[in-house]
Design a protein around this ligand. Sequence first.
Ligand SMILES: [Zn+2]
Ligand SMILES: [Zn+2]
Length: 749
Amino acid sequence: MEVAEIRVRGRVQGVGFRPTVWRLARELGLSGEVRNDAEGVLIRVAGGSDAIAELLDRIQLEPPPLARIERIERSHSTATCAPGFRIADSMGGAARTQIAPDAAICGDCEREIRDPGERRHRYGFANCTRCGPRFSIVRGIPYDRAATTMSPFALCDACGGEYRDPADRRFHAEAIACPRCGPRARLVPCLSPGDPIDQAAALLRRGAVVAVKGLGGYQLACDATNADAVSRLRQAKHRETKPFALMARDLDVIRRYCAVSPDEARLVTGPEAPIVLLRATGHALPTVIAPGLAMFGFMLPTTPLHMLLLRDIADPVVMTSGNLTDEPQIIDDREAIERFTGIADCVLTHDRAIAIRVDDSVVRIIGGVPRVLRRARGFAPAAMPLPPGFDAAPDLLAAGGELKATFCMVKDGAAILSQHIGDLEDARTFDDYRAGIAHYTALFDHAPTAIAADLHPEYLSSKYARETGLRLIEVQHHHAHVAACLAENGRPLTAPPVLGVVLDGLGWGDDGTIWGGEFLLADYREARRLGSFKPVAMPGGNAAVREPWRNLYAHLIAAGLQPHRPHALLDAMIRNGVNAPLASSCGRLFDAMAAALNVCAERQGHEGEAAARLEALICQRTLNDEDDAAAYSMTLSVRHGLARLDPQHLWQAVLGDLESGTAPGIMAARFHKALAIAVVTMTCALAAHARFETVALSGGCFQNAVLAEQTERRLREAGFAVLTHSLVPANDGGLALGQAAVAAARLIR
Ligand SMILES: [Zn+2]
Ligand SMILES: [Zn+2]
């Protein structure tokens, strides 16, 4: 007979952890108690030492689905335990525990809403300790019903019974609800007394645009096979070409349109239920859904409401964020009804408020590894432990970037990266960003001593950081990218420097010029630029970001080649350096190449569109079978101690291929290979002088699967260890984590 105290840390509250321990302890004949406290979960247990050991094993082997155990510590106790095992009352404070992300409806709740014998049959708000809303309904701490947007709904007797019964899977499910006592759906305008969800479904089938109140914000839906409806939605949203996300009632529907690997199926059906980018095969959908792309972004119904809405719809529906152009997704009911007038034919809403905006996440499998491209619902605000050596990190805030903005808090040695917020240039989005920081600060009881920000003088996030009055730590854009990659891979603080290869759009460099194709010898504290792509003018500045032809023009001039049609104004801009800043950007090289193939040459409707369409063009045969010698090539040279990749030969070959009428797909393949080969050439050349064995790949260009796969494979073949992103976006959505790691590393010193 032994008495032990077991301390469990991590995401262990509000996820059904105590009843799991209770069940296991009873099965093993142990006595004692389990309780929540400010540190997590505390178990005091008495019994045979074998049984206690088995309890520990089984807690780790069969934790409840939404739990994330960070650490379990066992110590000897001299306390005595009464016979039996009980769940004790919580001890106040939840500041050090984590708030779980929202989770898609679980199998048990799904069965209930489909079963006419269940009291939650066809109830749009069923949930339990294994599924349902969490982060999106939390207003404060500690996490209990009173601090959520469920507080106005008083439990009925039946729900109260389930809530108090440790054997029930709704034991202490804070969002517990049923048709008698919980939230209700409502259709605006109200058309008839029938079921609002069924009416909305009927409208969708007839070609209507329906606004739907989802888990973390409103969405706009329409029949994806109805080209008129999709076009109408695109026009109404003022959204030019950015692809629309799709929702299907089950995997079989998705498989009619896309290839779904077993790994992709697991992602689609997992509790995070993100939008997964899948290769389009089989049936076609209207091109207006994802213009110029060879992929669709699909998700499954994430809530009972979505499940019931799609129940009788055999086709996919568009399910896009409910916003106009670049504004934040709408979460307020009155605003939704006001602003969706003229866009949506009706609004399917309900009376459970959304506490914070959480958009749908986007994931793509690249090289067999899931890569989170937009980290929001299902992922945020999960804490990520910082790597070894960061235990002494002070609490701080990182302000992130400008596009795809996020922020990041460091607290108790862990990083809490916010959900995707959006592009801060939009005033409403910037308001949302500031409100988000305030919300997290209160929720996590956070008191930062310093703030990290990008070097860029004009980023609104950097301006915000300066205005806080906190100690400011400026972090170079591409250094932050590398540090984010190191941090998410758990690379220790004291590990030797890596070569960070950052292929990106635009970021402010150490030298006040614009960078974006960088080779940095970096650890968490410092980064030294060893090489880059050759800087080329961006005639028109921001206009060159929107209009790829400008980059083609500048690249041809820089390569000493003659553009197809001379342009006196651009010539003068480039020659005189007026409104034509130099940028060593890989993103702009992608734009130039796209323009050469007449892809989005005049204009791209959203960031990265030209590059994404170029990837979609690639001829797979050329990619896989053509000899490397046929790929384009970049020349490596060293000037003023800095290695440069010059695309002059690449452009000569491109013009030759254009002249001989080579197919665009072949040219796109040769271009992607050229970039990957150039990265390896540069890396090998730098390795001859600088000491590194590991290469960290980051930057928005690595959302491109072909570039990422080719580069990773070739670097590994050349003998390097390669670190890449998975949980954190390679794009600017990951900057805040990198800034946080750099700032923490500098403060620990
Ligand atoms: Zn459930
Ligand atoms: Zn009830």
